[in-house]
Design a protein around this ligand. Structure first.
Ligand code: ACO
Length: 330
């Protein structure tokens, strides 16, 4: 839909764990190769949380970076929206744990479970709360320790996922031309089991049996999601541009969810968009689910690839199945 949500990114931050795991790591024990992984996914390495790290630590580091850039303190935040598929604990929300860790006031804080679409879902939510006056300074994050729910014995998923976090602080903009110009979001729950974790929820609580059967790890129908994503990514971008009456030529940068380089290249090709105007970091991080767009946006801002006034399109899809897009004038 066409929008006029005048918000401003006053700070962004990201964090990726120090440990880099190259493709060769998997060739040592799985029937796979560096060549297969690079050709089929574009991934060369990913980051993995240290044994004493988990999602909250990644979120904390990314939040501090975003606050520093914004010149704000944790007391200035009045809402936290935290997107993740790998919360610190099943209960309570990681957003609440982050509120305490950062030293915020007793502000509202909640998690969003929209998998890889989580960052854009969080941004759309943040814009609504700002629009209606319920919040002025929103900390939003996509943060994941996906390797903690990835079956490292399953070559179909082990090679794909990585850990990281992307944070942003958004505030109302005094310039009505800035902010979200159009956004779309949706979900198809009939395909909930295309990517899911069978055990550990109320349907199948964790037990010795579920652990023995590796049901606490993510199961994925890779090919089916691939086909869905290739069509969805291209059409979402085209429709969102149309909603806003913006031409592709005007777009400074497309920041797609980083799940597979072939999906990104196919969408860009169908749109007629050169890869020089597409953010790609999957080669260095793998698929970091809700974190990927936040990481890429932060990198693009820090590298000067985008600047205030530029038009940027975020587009994502993921488990649910969910999808979301947002056209932003920075
Ligand atoms: N190394 C070598 N061979 C492999 C590997 C591997 N790591 N993984 C699979 N293969 C094999 C398969 O077994 C299959 O072999 P077969 O032909 O003998 O049966 C062959 O490669 C082709 O398998 P496909 O699944 O058709 O391969 P594809 O080209 O589709 O690539 C991939 C697989 C990378 C998973 C791709 O389908 C993909 O990226 N899908 C989208 C995943 C995604 O976006 N998920 C997002 C949701 S994640 C979330 O929300 C948290």
């Amino acid at each position: 839909m066409k929008a006029r949500w005048a918000i401003e990114f006053v700070g962004t931050g990201s964090y990726a764990p120090e440990q880099r795991v190259p493709n060769d790591h998997f060739t040592s024990y799985l029937d796979t190769s560096d060549e297969w992984i690079v050709q089929r996914t574009g991934i060369r390495e990913r980051r993995i949380v240290a044994p004493d790290q988990s999602t909250l630590a990644l979120s904390e580091a990314a939040s501090h970076a975003a606050l520093a850039e914004a010149g704000l303190t944790p007391e200035d935040i009045d809402l936290i929206i935290h997107a993740t598929a790998t919360p610190e604990h099943p209960l309570p929300s990681t957003a609440c744990e982050l509120q305490a860790t950062l030293g915020c006031r007793w502000i509202p804080a909640f998690d969003i479970a929209a998998a890889c679409s989580g960052y854009v879902y969080a941004l759309i939510n943040a814009a609504q709360f700002i629009q209606c006056g319920m919040a002025r300074t929103v900390l939003l994050l996509g943060s994941e320790s996906l390797t903690r729910i990835t079956d490292m014995e399953d070559r179909g998923t082990a090679i794909l996922f990585g850990d990281g976090a992307g944070a942003a602080i958004v505030r109302p903009s005094t310039d009505p031309e800035r902010g979200i110009l159009a956004a779309r979001w949706g979900a198809d729950g009939s395909r909930a089991k295309a990517v899911y974790v069978p055990a550990g929820g109320s349907a199948e609580p964790s037990s010795i049996r579920t652990v023995n059967e590796r049901l606490h790890y993510m199961k994925m129908q890779g090919r089916a999601i691939y086909k869905f994503a290739v069509t969805m990514m291209h059409s979402l971008v085209a429709e969102t541009l149309d909603d806003a009456g913006v031409k592709l030529d005007e777009l400074a940068l497309l920041i797609p969810h980083q799940s597979n380089l072939r999906i990104i290249e196919s969408a860009a090709q169908r749109l007629g968009l050169g890869m020089d105007r597409v953010a790609v970091n999957i080669d260095r991080y793998g698929n970091t689910s809700a974190a990927s767009i936040g990481l890429a946006l932060d990198e693009a801002r820090k590298e000067g690839r985008v600047k205030p006034g530029d038009l940027v399109m975020l587009v994502a899809f993921g488990a649910g199945l969910t999808w979301a897009s947002a056209l932003i004038r920075l």
